[in-house]
Design a protein around this ligand. Structure first.
Ligand code: UGA
Length: 437
């Protein structure tokens, strides 16, 4: 099929490359000239495992092109809207400027029976509003909401083998003409067993925000337990293992630590609360305020614990922060708890060095006042305390015996509870986890 993908960020670039991999003819469109220039040369504009080799693969087939010119969408049967919906400045709601601009920009290039497919995470009610715009332009075209559930760091495999496909169509019916078209787009995933659900517009939009709210709630639940464990002298990692053995609870997303960040969970729960307020259903989501508050409290808790670890003083302490990305296998620093903690420590007088295998360029753009060191040995050398804040494999593999000689003081705060506490203590380190004795 001929497909256009509008918006070539974390979602769109991966989607475009994967659609081409599946055999479709794809044009990716974005207003950012630098991004388009890089993608056209099969260079990924951000770090995502497997993306660059996928881009190179499909480039050779000639099935994937990139442009800043929206008119290139003309002739495609299916148009995916993959632009961002960041948090509005100073407000909780989602900024819909980019989605609206993408759809309005696309309208002149629509042909009869075209399908416009929204993938961005949007406030419920957006799809119906945009469907009216599409109909007014081209009355036989359809607008579908098809939320994306990919995780950064696993984006390629999540897109090629999604754990579910949701099609939100205007009448919520299997017989809606867009359903057969999307089935053809996703034929490979469907034949490999990905389940798909057809819903109405609002349900499809809510599936996405509900899923992210549930994940955020699960993380904040275990972080709340970490607070109680700290007060009671219990161990939250063992508690998570034990409750996670109950199938109904499950162990995934029960890792207590410095809390969730990134470009999705934090802004999505806030936008969801804001939208519920507009709909008069704000009481239903007041618990998300607590989920957000527990999450933000983790950051201040780590700053306080660091002060304790450093003998009740931060001033002049040389602190090395291991990890800047909001999670491993990503260079994304949007709302990264690691960076936010690093910045707070620096403000309180610590001398902070941040290291990360992939995210330093983005981190330096976001917090230019912090000191960055790409070389792990140099970053660690002479440190009064190490803070492990993003669980990259190389930090998991650190050897406490080998490091002992390079630091000034053997102190480590494990913000992700991933190190073997006994091993580090045996090597003479003062080890602190979160929610662990
Ligand atoms: C999240 C969802 O997991 C995806 O399903 C969704 O498609 C995506 O948002 C989106 O809306 O686009 P992502 O932001 O890539 O994906 O990252 P996650 O893997 O969900 O991690 C989010 C944050 O939670 C990270 O900071 C991570 O370190 C933290 N986390 C995760 C924990 O603190 N504990 C856990 O047990 C799990």
């Amino acid at each position: 099929m001929r497909i256009s993908v509008i918006g070539c960020g974390y979602l769109g670039a991966v989607h475009a490359a994967c659609m081409a991999k599946l055999g479709h003819d794809v044009v990716g469109i974005d207003v950012d000239e630098r991004k388009i220039a890089e993608l056209s040369q099969a260079i990924a504009p951000f770090y995502e495992p497997g993306l660059e080799s996928l881009l190179r693969d499909v480039q050779d087939t000639g099935r994937l092109s990139f442009t800043t010119d929206m008119s290139a969408a003309s002739g495609s049967e299916v148009h995916f809207i993959c632009v961002g919906t960041p948090q509005k400045k100073g407000e909780n709601g989602a900024d819909m400027t980019f989605v609206d601009a993408a759809v309005l920009g696309l309208l002149p290039y629509l042909s009869p029976e075209n399908i416009v497919v929204g993938k961005s995470t949007v406030p419920v009610g957006t799809a119906s509003r945009l469907a009216d715009l599409v109909k007014a332009q081209e009355h036989t075209a359809h607008l579908v909401w098809n939320p994306e559930f990919l995780r950064e760091g696993h984006a390629v495999s999540d897109t090629l083998s999604p754990d579910r496909l949701v099609y939100g169509v205007s009448d919520g019916s299997e017989d809606h003409p867009a359903v057969a078209v999307l089935d053809e787009v996703y034929a490979s995933a469907l034949s490999n067993g990905s389940p798909r659900l057809v819903t109405d517009h609002p349900t499809s939009e809510l599936v996405k925000t509900a899923a992210n709210s549930f994940l955020a709630t699960k993380i904040s639940f275990i972080n709340a337990m970490a607070e109680v464990c700290e007060a009671a002298g219990a161990d939250v990692t063992l508690l998570a293992d034990a409750i996670g053995m109950d199938d109904r609870i499950g162990r995934k997303f029960l890792n207590a630590g410095i809390g969730f960040g990134g470009g999705c969970l934090p802004k999505d729960i806030r936008a969801f609360m804001a939208r519920a307020g507009e709909l008069g259903a704000d009481q239903a989501l007041t618990f998300l305020r607590e989920v957000d508050a527990i999450n933000m409290r983790r950051r201040s808790r780590v700053v306080e614990l660091t002060r304790e670890v450093c003998g009740d003083i931060l001033l002049g302490q040389r602190i090395t922060v291991l990890g800047a990305a909001f999670k491993p296998e990503s260079d994304d620093v949007r709302d990264s708890p690691a960076l936010s903690i690093a910045a707070q420590l620096q403000l309180q007088g610590a001398v902070v060095t941040v290291t990360d295998p992939k995210a330093l360029t983005n981190a330096a753009r976001r917090f230019p006042e912090l000191h960055y060191e790409a070389d792990l040995d140099r970053a660690i050398s002479g440190a009064d305390a190490l803070l492990l804040l993003t669980e990259w494999q190389q930090y998991r593999d650190l050897d406490p015996y080998a490091l002992a000689g390079s630091v000034a003081s053997r102190r480590i705060l494990d913000g992700r509870n991933i190190l073997d506490a006994a091993k580090w203590r045996a090597a003479g380190w003062s080890y602190r986890g979160l929610g662990r004795p």
